[in-house]
Ligand binder design. Structure first.
Ligand SMILES: Cc1cc2nc3c(=O)[nH]c(=O)nc-3n(C[C@H](O)[C@H](O)[C@H](O)COP(=O)(O)OP(=O)(O)OC[C@H]3O[C@@H](n4cnc5c(N)ncnc54)[C@H](O)[C@@H]3O)c2cc1C
Length: 401
């Protein structure tokens, strides 16, 4: 029996209840996701039939259920290890839509939607990016929200919105021209004036349904504005949390590549011996594992820092004063995401190579793992943008504007 890819035993940091829950998730993924994930990907189909089973795991917003942030991160890594698309669906819905509703929604909005959203009886999306504003969307957002008495009128276009073709609700962001402020809306996706079209021909995350969304004179009542949002700055905490979760996806992606490459290398024979018996192949497998372990270590620590408020106001991990008051959490979350996704690119590339020609057909899983990694590299702040966020902190100079 070969050792698991959790080579430094991070899972030993979980409580026994959390370890049991993670085992339950693994059993579910092995039965319900792994055997079908390549087919869904090839067919570009999202398996809505999976939703009751996913909801039954009761893993929506785990930290609010009393689980540790490390557990929440390992859940996303484990889902990604089984299928990046299912993990992305889960994160968009739970870590952005549900967490956003929880953080910024009014009591009435939460009363109306939160329980159904947590149980996946309704699905949500997070609509921020635009065709002409990706990395610079915070400052450049062109979608407008104009107040007209008790309603807001939305106009503009959003791009790349995950779950966007079928979701029931979206958290949508638009700028109020009169004040220049970014406003958040809880948008019923069936309102008149909303046109959603699926983005076709993707080479990554083909199971996720990403949409272009056109808004033409969409009228939204003031009661469906997110009252907890006064400016885009208010979303920072939410986006920092989801950035860390995407870092955990980069961990899961590397574990998946390692799993598939090692299994292949110990089985496949060339020159009369197994691939894993060649020194060069062992070095490549060890480099993949080392990248995954290093990424896990960084993510585990930044997850801990996030929980402790980065040594800012409030107690540190030992209940005493926080260690590094005033540190920029986003710069640390950004480093964890950029670093893990840079290592991920090397890891999946080594894995792809180790499968030879079979590494470019999805039947062997590796081609899908290799392709899906590209989405992780780009979303939640591309590698470059996250590097610049950290670069600003370590030099005191912003290269972004
Ligand atoms: C599969 C997928 C799912 C997504 N899901 C969602 C979603 O659910 N909701 C949502 O709102 N958005 C979503 N996005 C959008 C995602 O957040 C953006 O793709 C991302 O922010 C990058 O924006 P862009 O694609 O417009 O690239 P651009 O901003 O045009 O960047 C292009 C390239 O230029 C580089 N670049 C840009 N500015 C600089 C600079 N100042 N210095 C150096 N390099 C720079 C970037 O790093 C990148 O390499 C998703 C994207 C993908 C691919």
């Amino acid at each position: 029996m070969l050792p698991d890819a959790d080579f430094f035993s991070f899972e030993q940091l979980l409580s026994s209840e959390e370890a049991a829950k993670l085992a339950q998730l693994r059993t579910f993924l092995a039965a319900e996701v792994t055997p079908h994930a390549v087919r869904w990907w090839n067919e570009e189909r999202f398996p809505t039939e999976l939703l009751p089973g996913l909801a039954g795991l009761e893993l929506s917003t785990p930290v609010q259920r009393g689980y540790s942030p490390l557990f929440a991160g390992l859940v996303i890594a484990e889902m990604t290890r089984a299928d990046t698309s299912i993990a992305t669906f889960f994160m968009v819905h739970h870590d952005l839509f549900v967490e956003g509703l929880h953080a910024f929604g009014s009591a009435a909005q939460k009363e109306r939607l939160l329980a159904d959203a947590q149980a996946l009886r309704i699905t949500g999306a997070f609509a921020l990016t635009e065709p002409d504003h990706g990395s610079d969307v915070a400052g450049g957002m062109a979608t407008t929200a104009v107040r007209d008495g008790g309603t807001w009128i939305l106009n503009g276009t959003k791009r790349w919105i995950g779950n966007g073709t079928f979701c029931d609700w979206m958290l949508l962001w638009a700028r109020e021209p009169a004040t220049g402020k970014v406003r958040g809306f809880l948008l019923d996706a069936s309102l008149p004036g909303i046109k959603r079209s699926r983005i076709e021909h993707k080479t990554a995350l083909r199971t996720v349904q990403n949409a272009d969304i056109e808004l033409t004179e969409v009228r939204v009542p003031e009661a469906e504005r997110l009252a907890g949002i006064d400016s885009f700055e208010d979303t920072k905490h939410l986006l920092r949390g989801s950035r860390i979760m995407v870092g955990w996806q980069a961990v899961g992606q590397q574990l998946a590549a390692f799993d598939v490459a090692r299994a292949y290398a110990v089985e496949r024979q060339q020159f009369g011996r197994r691939l894993a018996g060649f020194q060069l192949v062992q070095e490549q497998l060890v480099r993949m594992l080392g990248n995954a372990v290093a990424s896990t270590g960084m993510l585990a620590r930044v997850t801990e820092l996030e929980q402790g408020g980065y040594g800012g106001p409030g107690p540190g991990a030992d209940g005493g004063p926080g260690g590094g008051g005033g540190t920029d959490g986003m710069a640390r979350a950004a480093l964890a995401k950029s670093y893990a996704s840079r290592l991920m690119r090397e890891t999946v590339s080594l894995g792809r190579g180790l499968l030879g020609g079979n590494g470019i057909v999805t039947d062997y899983r590796m081609a899908k793992i290799f392709a899906d990694a590209e989405a992780i590299y780009t979303y939640e702040g591309s590698y470059e943008i996250n590097s610049l966020i950290t670069g600003r902190e370590i030099t005191g100079i912003s290269a972004l504007r």
